[in-house]
Ligand binder design. Structure first.
Ligand code: GLP
Length: 245
């Protein structure tokens, strides 16, 4: 893994945005995998600013988001789709038909996940997958466990994951859906390049386990060690427990 430690959250956001801009400059039809959460908020702000300044063009790009809550439609204000509309989609020239999301209210969630995998394949696969990380090591909604599921699938959220998503539901943990639809670790690892982003001291322990620990399904992000093109963008706080950097 190629670890890059930057001064602060803002520098991380700038570097990740620059990575996306370079990807689209080299390949205007690039397929991007996108995350939600607190971590990418500044990155999306930076991308909006770069777009407003004419430095990036999404006209031919395609996006696939990592995950969505099961039971929430895309127009529910706490849905990840709504998050993406607010933070990016409403502000840039990404064609609507090339924005892809797992449908949280699909009548058959398993079939919906198969549809998503097929859509990713039809688009030619993901060129650049951007990831946040849960403090337990989850990526997307692939929670730690004795085994992991390769393809997109319905997933049960760990209690801590529901707590950390409560802000989207006015702080009410009970309102956070207990299940979600998520790309699998195989879906993620099939991306041609991966960028993992983490900021803040709260992520320092899990970043150490991800980068320097054993490859284990108990820390799903550690499976990224198996991929040949992973960059990890960290601020000093998230990098503070790494020994080798
Ligand atoms: C959420 C999402 C993940 C995200 C992670 C970290 O539950 N499903 O895709 O990376 O948790 O979130 P945050 O950036 O808010 O710490």
């Amino acid at each position: 893994m190629n670890v890059r430690i930057l001064k602060d959250e803002k520098a991380v956001a700038r570097a990740v945005a620059a990575r996306v801009i370079a990807t689209l400059a080299a390949k205007p039809t690039a397929v991007l995998g996108l995350p939600t959460g607190r971590t990418p908020v500044q990155f999306y702000a930076r991308l909006r600013a770069e777009y407003a300044a004419g430095r990036v063009d999404f006209a031919q790009a395609t996006t696939f988001n990592l995950d969505e809550f099961l039971g929430l439609s895309g127009d529910h204000p706490a849905s990840y789709r709504a998050f993406m509309e607010t933070h990016l989609f409403e502000h840039v020239n990404l064609p609507r038909r090339r924005i892809h999301f797992l449908n949280g209210v699909a009548s058959d969630p398993v079939a919906e996940c198969a549809r998503y995998e097929a859509a990713i394949r039809r688009a030619g696969g993901i060129d650049l997958q951007i990831l946040g990380i849960g403090s337990n090591g989850h990526i997307g909604f692939n929670e730690p466990g004795p085994g992991l599921i390769g393809d997109s699938h319905p997933a049960r959220l760990a209690p801590g994951t529901r707590r950390s998503n409560a802000d989207l539901f006015d702080g009410r943990v009970q309102a956070v859906p207990p299940n979600a639809l998520s790309m699998g670790v195989g879906t993620i690892l099939r991306s041609r390049a991966i960028v993992l982003v983490a900021t803040g001291v709260g992520k320092a322990g899990v970043i150490k386990a991800t980068v320097e620990g054993l490859v284990t399904t108990r820390v799903p992000a550690s499976l990224l060690q198996l991929h040949g093109d992973v960059e990890v963008f960290l601020d000093g706080a998230a990098a503070s427990k790494l020994l080798r950097h």
